[in-house]
Ligand binder design. Structure first.
Ligand code: URA
Length: 424
């Protein structure tokens, strides 16, 4: 087989065979296919797409390129994955809720890159927290705490690691078959048979429109089915940040506060929705029954206690969360209602303050970030603080406040948190 013929075939919009896909993945991992050849194929796939059958084969051989975790000793394992958003600390809130109700939450998470944050960076902002568990430590924690979160090991879906690194620098991150195979190969390898996917849609997300989100959801459900995995997809709004805090330690703090105080905002609503589907899958009960349990786990503080137990098991000390040396407040110069917050612009600003990395080599400032002091549709007076910025940089970047948020004359009645739920 020859990679050039395969590239040309995809350039001509033809479907690749199972044998061709197997050859591409195995030869790319072995180094026989070069980065420039793979980049060319990835671009042809991004432009011309893949059939569902091709994507299922692609996922299979990406999955087979690495090791697989066997969690068959547990009967009620559930996993959750988000396609990446701004202020998305749902994993930190949902996992303890679901674990406190008797499910096992086994999560391998990643780091953030560009505007999307990563759970591992957020956890690493807690002094002492160990994000590199061995397989034995991971399983033992699942047995005793009911949840464990570790950095993705280098042995899982090796092909995805190599392909993802290329996609990041070749303008091929937004291809639906490539996203579906990337996520599903890792999730299947992680050992859970139940998965809730939070597909973010909007300016602060990889997927910008609802049609693409539906396509991705249906494709991942199909891939799950062919791998004996139940998948439920929630399509949620990522035009506005999730919750009020964007950064790393500020997001950990928000997760703790949500579970302690039971704060009611868009973040809590989404967490309740995601957790209810996870519990329904994990315990094999109805959605309504699961939802009642989820709300009880928050109000009884069982979920809060589970979060503390988990952090302390992985050696984190929440009393020593890092604090930035500089704090700036951004105030409103007009009166009205807070009608919009731009997740994209706020994420970029948070990055400039030091909270995210633009390349894999960069270090991040765990204490940097933004707290949004008002919620959508709050009444705003002149001089009200809308945003508080945290940084260790000597000065804050030049900011066009009008791009970050909008103060309008009337409340915004068009905001929708969850567009739809797609399941088999
Ligand atoms: N998350 C992944 O793991 N892969 C993608 O391609 C997109 C989001």
């Amino acid at each position: 087989m020859n990679i050039i013929d395969i590239i040309v075939k995809k350039k001509n919009k033809e479907a690749l065979t199972e044998e061709e896909i197997k050859y591409v993945i195995n030869s790319f991992v072995s180094g026989e296919i070069k980065d420039y050849q793979m980049s060319s194929l990835l671009m042809a796939i991004t432009i011309n797409g893949m059939t569902d059958e091709e994507t299922i084969f692609l996922t299979k051989y990406m999955l087979d390129s690495g090791s697989k975790l066997d969690l068959s000793m547990f009967s009620n394992v559930v996993d959750k994955h988000s396609t990446g958003g701004v202020g998305d600390k749902t994993t930190l809130i949902i996992s303890p809720i679901v674990a406190s109700l008797g499910c096992k939450v086994a999560k391998m998470s990643g780091r953030g890159l560009g505007i999307t944050g990563g759970t591992i960076d957020k956890l690493e902002s807690i002094p002492g927290f160990n994000v590199n568990l061995t397989k034995e430590e991971f399983i033992n924690e699942l047995k005793s705490v009911g949840m464990a979160i570790t950095s993705q090991t280098d042995t899982i879906a090796i092909a995805d690691k190599k392909i993802y690194a290329l996609r990041d620098v070749t303008g091929t991150t937004e291809s639906i078959p490539l996203i579906a195979s990337s996520i599903m190969s890792k999730k299947i390898a992680s050992g859970s048979k139940n998965l809730v996917l939070d597909i973010k849609v909007g300016e602060g997300a990889l997927i910008k429109n609802i049609e693409d989100a539906r396509h991705l959801a249906n494709l991942m459900i199909k891939i799950g089915k062919s791998n004996n995995m139940k998948v439920i997809c929630i399509l949620s709004n990522m035009n506005i940040p999730l919750g009020n805090n964007i950064g790393n330690s500020v997001e950990v703090l928000e997760a703790i506060n949500i579970l302690y105080y039971g704060i009611n905002n868009n973040l809590t609503s989404l967490c309740i929705e995601l957790a209810s589907h996870m519990v329904s899958l994990g315990l094999n009960i109805s959605y309504e029954e699961a939802r009642t349990k989820v709300i009880n786990a928050i109000t009884s503080k069982e979920a809060y206690n589970k979060l503390l137990e988990f952090i302390s098991y992985q050696k984190g000390d929440i009393n020593r969360l890092p604090k930035s040396s500089k704090i700036y407040e951004i105030k409103s110069d007009r009166e009205g209602y807070l009608t919009n917050l731009s997740s994209l612009e706020l994420a970029k600003l948070s990055g400039l303050l030091g909270a995210s990395r633009q390349s894999k080599e960069e270090t991040i400032d765990y204490s940097a970030g933004i707290i949004i002091n008002k919620n959508i549709n709050d009444k705003i007076n002149i001089g009200d603080t809308i945003l508080t910025l945290y940084t260790n940089k000597e000065s804050i970047p030049n900011i066009n406040i009008n791009k970050l948020f909008t103060i309008g004359g009337t409340p915004n009645n068009h905001y929708t948190l969850i567009y739809e739920i797609i399941k088999d």
